[in-house]
Design a protein around this ligand. Structure first.
Ligand code: SF4
Ligand code: SF4
Ligand code: FES
Length: 405
């Protein structure tokens, strides 16, 4: 696991430089961790954390609520109520969220250690006397927070590893005596106390349930585990994939069967690649009231409303591109006030675009011709002749090779 600590601040603005000073001192005590110092904010800081698994920012704060020299630990979730946009700059949390949205390689675990200071306005290359006299104790408190972070991550990692290793339900994978943090969830109205670090699916199994439906790949691909829930104190109905979402304290949840949204019958070979074909097969898309509920419900963060609008215009390419990551979970259709079956529309558009609209891709065509000509028959035969155990072994080996590549 690759870690980085970034000390933030400006050494010519009095106490504002405390993060920089702490980071310099940490270099001697944490030689196996990369330690940087930065004077920047927002997007500029992403360069300091790309490619790491964990990042800890150390910075000064001035809340005026805590005594000077106080040290606090914050997580990403502690910054929910903030202004995301500014005409001057983007804050670091928004920059990190945006980077995640675009699939950039930002650390999974990000922490902020805040040091309460007195003066971040006066131009001077020294701390105020108060901070100067407290700086050694500040340093010790920052170290304590770093140790706390390391322990927290290790215990969560060990637990998740056990779950993965058990390769069965979590009931047989975890010993309750090893779990430190618990949360209460309510399933079909009944309360269960479950480990805090697990997904909804693992929590239900921990609670003794055997999932015989609404459960498939366990990896966020098949769309089988669509779940709706509410959290205590929040009226909003939320949607998620049970295999990907961690339990929260006070979560009221219910798993739902696959959305029985109707799929139209069509023969793609008979359909014309024309602007109104999607509308003809799924006339319900004309009912869209642009409420955007579908996009908000989508666990894949797909702009569902945008692809429905593109479908109305007959823009196959746009629908295909926007809906490409759809896992057919049905949550969009379930929430749509106009009874539109968005994911079936997206699927039809991708099929039509693939068959009629997509420009020829030379390598794909070559590969398809080679398959048809029997170039891989020998390889196929080898696999078909294998026993199920041998296929499993080959699969595991390929996955391991990929991971270590
Ligand atoms: S939820 Fe339905 S009506 Fe609302 S934007 Fe999406 S497709 Fe349109
Ligand atoms: S577009 Fe609809 S069906 Fe597809 S992943 Fe999003 S919510 Fe699920
Ligand atoms: S079980 Fe397949 S997406 Fe959750």
């Amino acid at each position: 696991m690759k870690d980085v600590i970034v000390g933030l601040g400006n050494t010519i603005v009095s106490d504002d430089g405390i993060g920089i000073w702490v980071a310099e001192k940490l270099k001697a005590d944490y030689q196996d961790i990369d330690i940087s110092q930065a004077l920047y904010s927002g997007y500029y800081l992403l360069d300091y954390i790309f490619g790491y698994d964990r990042a800890i920012f150390v910075d000064s704060i001035k809340t005026e609520k805590n005594p000077v020299g106080d040290v606090s630990l914050y997580r990403m979730s502690d910054f929910k109520n903030r202004s995301r946009t500014s005409i001057h700059s983007t804050d670091l949390i928004s920059a990190i969220e945006t980077a995640r949205l675009y699939g950039m390689d930002v650390p999974e675990h990000i922490y902020f250690i805040g040091i309460e200071i007195l003066d971040n306005i006066t131009f001077q290359e020294s701390f105020t006397p108060e901070v100067e006299s407290l700086k050694e104790s500040i340093y010790m408190k920052v170290k304590e927070k770093i140790e706390e972070i390391m322990e927290e991550i290790m215990s969560e990692k060990d637990l998740m590893q056990k779950i993965a290793d058990s390769n069965k339900s979590v009931i047989s994978g975890i010993d309750a005596s090893e779990i430190e943090h618990w949360v209460d969830i309510y399933y079909q109205g009944r309360k269960f106390t479950v480990p805090a670090a697990v997904t909804i699916m693992q929590a239900l199994e921990f609670a003794g349930m055997m999932l015989v439906h609404s459960c498939g790949c366990r990896a966020g691909f098949c769309g089988a585990c669509a779940t709706i829930y509410r959290v205590k104190g929040d009226y909003k109905l939320r949607t998620s994939m049970a295999c990907q979402t961690k339990v929260e304290d006070g979560m009221y949840l219910v798993q739902i069967p696959f959305s029985p949204a109707e799929k139209a019958n069509y023969d793609i070979n008979e359909e014309k690649y024309e602007d109104n074909t999607l509308l003809k097969i799924y006339p319900s898309i004309a009912r869209c009231v642009s409420c955007n509920t579908c996009s908000k419900a989508c666990p894949q963060d797909i702009k569902v409303m945008d692809y429905v609008n593109a479908a109305i215009r007959g823009d196959y390419k746009r629908v295909a591109e926007l809906s490409f990551d759809c896992i057919q979970c049905g949550l969009c259709a379930m929430r749509c006030p106009a009874d539109i079956v968005q994911y079936h529309v997206g699927q039809l558009a991708r099929r039509m675009y693939g068959k009629y609209g997509r420009p020829n891709v030379e390598n794909t065509d070559k590969a398809a011709t080679a398959v048809e000509a029997g170039d891989f028959n020998e390889e196929f035969k080898k696999i078909f002749d294998m026993t199920p155990e041998e296929v499993k072994e080959l699969y595991v080996k390929n996955m391991k090779d990929k991971e270590s590549a």
